[in-house]
Design a protein around this ligand. Structure first.
Ligand code: IMP
Ligand code: MG
Length: 174
């Protein structure tokens, strides 16, 4: 069972630089509009915290909890909503924030749920994109990095709830 860090893929400074660029892009895109950022927990918690501080316009922040992985390193294909945002979504521009798009299953599912609440617009921002999701219904409009097809941990990403606290993104030993 792999529990050791194998290789750092994105270091702290590389992440911070890219997150700031995404924040500027997002502020430019939504300038003057009513924006609600919704982080998809738990994996996005560090990314959201860093990202919203680089979006230099007033906006609101909420979270939802979607669970699709157990302790396995492959997608289980099922997505459960364990916490639903309490904020009113109708008429607002919604930006879903994900840590990583792998199979695209989570994003597809959450997009479907959010669309039913009639937001003014619905887009996604993901820090990492493995670009191997043929059935992705909507491409994230804001993407941090293309990710290698390896299991990644750190900066919010976990393996069996470990490694989330690491300030960098890394692979683990198989
Ligand atoms: P998807 O539904 O297969 O696109 O996977 C989405 C969720 O699975 C992400 O939000 C992560 O929580 C988790 N996930 C996917 N790939 C990885 C990985 O490489 N490391 C850690 N978690 C991952
Ligand atoms: Mg996870």
């Amino acid at each position: 069972m792999g529990r050791e860090i194998a290789r750092v893929v994105f270091d702290e400074h590389t992440i911070a630089r890219r997150v700031a660029e995404l924040g500027s892009e997002i502020a430019g895109h939504y300038d003057g509009e009513d924006l609600l950022v919704i982080g998809v927990l738990k994996g996005s918690f560090i990314f959201v915290a860093d990202l919203v501080r680089t979006i230099s316009m007033p906006h609101k922040v909420d979270f939802l909890v979607a669970a699709s992985y157990g302790t396995a390193k492959v997608s289980s294909g099922t997505v459960r909503l364990l916490y639903d945002p309490e904020t009113q979504l109708g008429g607002k521009h919604i930006l879903l924030v994900e840590d990583i798009v792998d199979s695209g299953n989570t994003l597809n599912h959450v997009f479907g749920l959010m669309r039913r609440r009639h937001p003014k617009s619905l887009e996604a921002c993901t820090l990492l994109h493995k670009r191997k999701a043929p059935d992705l219904e909507v491409e994230p409009r804001f993407i941090g990095f293309d990710a290698p097809h390896a299991f990644l941990v750190g900066y919010g990403l976990d393996h069996a709830e470990d490694f989330r606290h690491l300030p960098y993104i890394a692979t683990i030993e198989e």
